[in-house]
Design a protein around this ligand. Structure first.
Ligand code: ADP
Ligand code: ASP
Ligand code: MG
Length: 421
């Protein structure tokens, strides 16, 4: 007998019919003698609709009320899942985040889970119940409903898995695992049997939205084994693991030590809508970068890639960085109206960039990945605007127009294409 947390994403909860289908996966696990906790997302599109309503009501709304509204989508699906499970003869009840309770800080809209009391969940499971928890939310120290940021149900599931000491956390979604790149962009992408926490963390940070970044961080910290699999599979089919043996199908996200064959490049990611801003002739002295990026941080603008040139004349330098397209106008305004905290000769920039990255733990011990990546892009005539690297990834900023071409070219270049495609 194992203890399993299963999470269903928006497409897996999109209609009552889909909920019924997803519930059959739960039933299979229960009938196999496992203890199961379910974590659910809102129906797909619902959270977007709720966010839209809040913005329509007021552009300058109270973040606490935003959370009160957008958390409601999961309340509907948790109740429906509990009803469907009960109808199948499985004792079940729904729990809103605050009823568990799932404690968070009070950063409304992007709250972090600070603790989960497992007492009630433990008791229910021991009594043969299947608790169904609303993903994406918790309760603040002030007793208000909080949400965890978009895609946050993944994080709820991992946090619950850690709290109840689950053997596994199964993330049911609309793809049957983690692929070498987004299978919607590259049909030749291959499903990975296993991926290390580190690589998954980079892939999630770099644009592979199959798992929320925070959920991978948490899984890594608490050593929760994650299994990404499809809810669209036949729930009654024999469970076959990716290695062909009986077991669970999907991609296992686990410790690097569990992975025998380490690829130099295991995945390619794409993040679109990246804007680039350059400040020319910034004073080359201590404190200037701190002032510039402090100004942006005060506005809550998240900066991604940053490049600073050598000061040719010993007096001034240029700084270039990227922000999401949606933050571009706000960032330019904040830099122009900086109250004399820093000076520059000229500001230039543009929206519509794309960040393409290659990821792999093998890069730690292999030289030349960056240069081969640049060569593969040059062969396609793609111009590189910015470059950043870390131990296990290399990223470039290119024109959005060439984004898909670049991803496909790199996928082929590093031998990741499916053999029979
Ligand atoms: P859910 O609603 O179940 O949380 P998401 O839409 O958040 O599902 O995440 C699943 C989607 O992630 C897939 O439909 C796929 O298009 C996308 N995706 C992006 N990169 C990858 C990747 N490397 N492997 C698998 N899916 C990916
Ligand atoms: N429903 C939330 C969202 O759309 C949380 C999630 O699905 O993970 O962002
Ligand atoms: Mg998701």
């Amino acid at each position: 007998m194992a203890r399993i947390v299963v999470k269903f994403g928006g497409t897996s909860m999109a209609t009552v019919e889909r909920i019924r289908h997803s519930a059959l996966h739960v039933k299979r696990e229960v009938e196999a003698g496992n203890e199961v906790v379910v974590v659910v997302s809102a129906m797909s599109g619902k959270t977007n609709e709720l966010v839209g309503w809040v913005n329509e009501a007021s552009k300058f709304h109270d973040a606490r009320e935003y959370d009160a509204v957008v958390a409601s989508g999961e309340q509907v699906t948790a109740g429906l899942m509990a009803i469907v499970l009960s109808e199948m003869g499985i004792q079940s009840r729904s729990f809103a985040g605050w009823q568990v309770p799932i404690h968070t800080d009070d950063a409304h809209g992007a709250a972090r889970i600070t603790g989960i009391d497992p007492t009630e969940l433990d008791k229910r499971m021991k009594d043969g119940w299947v608790p169904v928890i609303t993903g994406f939310q918790g309760i603040s120290p002030h007793g208000r409903v909080t949400t965890l940021g978009r895609g946050g149900s993944d994080t709820s599931a991992v946090a619950v898995a850690a709290a109840v000491g689950a053997d596994r956390c199964d993330i049911y979604t609309d793809v049957d695992g983690v692929y070498t790149t987004d299978p919607r962009i590259v049909p030749k992408a291959q499903r990975m049997t296993k991926i290390s926490f580190e690589e998954m963390l980079e892939m999630a940070s770099l644009g592979a939205k199959v798992l929320m970044i925070r959920s991978v961080e948490m899984a890594m910290a608490h050593k929760v084994r994650l299994l990404v699999r499809s809810s669209f599979d036949d729930p009654n089919a024999p469970q076959i693991a990716p290695d062909g043996k009986p077991g669970v199908p999907g991609t296992l996200v686990c410790d690097e030590d569990e992975i025998m064959e380490k690829q130099i490049v295991s995945g390619v990611t794409l993040a679109k809508a990246e804007a680039k801003i350059t400040l020319r002739d910034v004073k080359d002295k201590p404190g200037v970068a701190a002032a510039i990026f402090g100004q942006l941080a005060d506005e809550g603008i998240i900066v991604d890639m940053i490049v600073q040139n050598i000061a040719d004349d010993g007096a001034t330098t240029d700084i270039t960085f990227t922000v999401p397209d949606s933050e571009y106008d706000k960032a330019v305004k904040a830099l122009e109206n900086n109250g004399g905290k820093f000076e520059y000769a000229r500001l230039s920039g543009s929206k519509g960039g794309a960040k393409v990255s290659v990821v792999g733990v093998g890069m730690r011990s292999h030289a030349g990945v960056a240069s081969s990546m640049f060569k593969a892009l040059a062969d396609k005539g793609i111009n590189i605007q910015l470059i950043t690297t870390s131990e296990i990834k290399t990223s470039v900023l290119i024109d959005e127009e060439y984004a898909e071409l670049a991803v496909r070219a790199l996928h082929t270049y590093y031998g990741l294409d499916k053999k029979d495609a």
